[in-house]
Write a protein that binds this ligand. Structure first.
Ligand code: PBG
Length: 331
């Protein structure tokens, strides 16, 4: 067809490029992960996540106001729990006055319009650093689902809008949905980490929460018996299909960049909103390369989040959310 079709005509200047551009990024795309700790006046930088912090509740308030003023309207809460409060059953996760429950209330008191999603999994509360209860050297499924269901009720009671189970136990979406409904939390949503891979990109997050699996004989050293094998693609469809059948309102693919084929598969196969989690290791990689002067931080960041959206993400959970929106506001 050349030279009738010269594709470069549509690229010849910014005006025509912006006219034919297919994907745009705005504050509306983002879910902001936040790390919360006990204490007062605490804003500590996470060593492996430059310019990302753990906040105590008083400073969480300030951060929430900042996010809201930037147009960021949804947060995903994680808590760092004192080692003394951890046990095999994640008992502290159910404490109605626990850090997560107080964090939810703090966000809602500060900014009632802010959508609050909460991480539901045992690992920050587990003395073994696993997402479930350990019995005879194994992460056991069904007893863990019971705890996750109770944890979800507890978060809903504290005011969470959505619970986000990140544990990858079988049947947990159904267990959580039934538990929420029986407790009359019919409007509390579920964002399921449905295709969550056993990834080495979670390292900095485990530093942030001090939640890595412990190194003990008889305890699994990794999460490969519940998180998915990164070599698999069909399995992501199976997992997602089941989570939707069990009642997930939003499904998620995690991590982001290495898994954009999965994002597109899921987008093409199902008609529920798809979230993508651009995880801690992805954030750390870019920060490190930019610090060395090897990559242009802002340009690569925009390319990454736009690519995640192009792949099919309706929602992007990202540590870059604030950076992106501040950059957009400048231009
Ligand atoms: C815990 C959880 C993890 C992440 C979110 N929820 C870590 C893990 O599964 O070990 C990782 C997020 C990130 O790396 O940014 N269930």
């Amino acid at each position: 067809m050349f030279p009738l079709r010269r594709n470069r005509r549509l690229r010849s200047n910014e005006a025509i490029r912006s006219l034919v551009r297919e994907n745009f990024i705005s504050a509306n795309d983002f879910l902001v992960p936040l790390f919360v700790v006990e204490g007062k006046g605490v804003k500590e930088e996470i060593a492996s996540m430059p310019n990302y912090y753990r906040f105590s509740l008083d400073l969480l308030k300030e951060e929430i106001k900042t996010l809201w003023s930037l147009g960021l309207k949804s947060v995903l809460l994680f808590v760092k729990v004192d080692d003394k409060l951890k046990d095999n059953f994640g008992t502290e996760a159910l404490n109605p006055n626990g850090l997560m429950q107080r964090a939810i209330k703090t966000v809602k008191d500060t900014c009632p319009g802010m959508l609050v999603m909460t991480d539901v999994a045992l690992d920050p509360f587990s003395s073994y650093g696993h997402d479930g209860i350990i019995e005879n050297g194994k992460v056991i499924n069904d007893a863990t689902v019971d705890v996750l269901a109770n944890m979800s009720i507890s978060h809903a009671e504290a005011g969470a809008d959505f619970v986000a189970p990140s544990d990858m136990m079988d049947g947990r979406i159904l267990g959580i949905r039934e538990a929420l409904d029986q407790s009359n939390f019919i409007d509390t949503g579920i964002m399921s980490y449905s295709a969550k891979y056993a990834s080495a990109f979670y390292g900095p997050f485990r530093d942030a929460l001090d939640s890595a699996p412990v190194d003990l004989v008889d305890i699994p050293k990794d999460k490969k018996t519940y998180q998915m094998d990164f070599a698999n693609r069909d399995e992501a469809i199976r997992e997602t299909e089941m989570d939707i059948q069990e009642g997930a309102d939003i499904v998620m693919v995690k991590p982001g960049l290495c898994y954009l084929d999965i994002v597109r598969d899921i987008k093409n196969n199902f008609n529920v909103p798809v979230a993508v989690y651009q995880v801690s290791g992805e954030y750390a990689m870019l920060k490190a390369a930019a610090e060395k002067g090897w990559l242009d931080h802002d340009a690569v960041m925009m390319e990454q989040v736009t690519s995640i959206k192009r792949a099919g993400a309706d929602i992007i959970a990202s540590y870059f959310a604030k950076d992106v929106v501040m950059l957009l506001n400048k231009s």
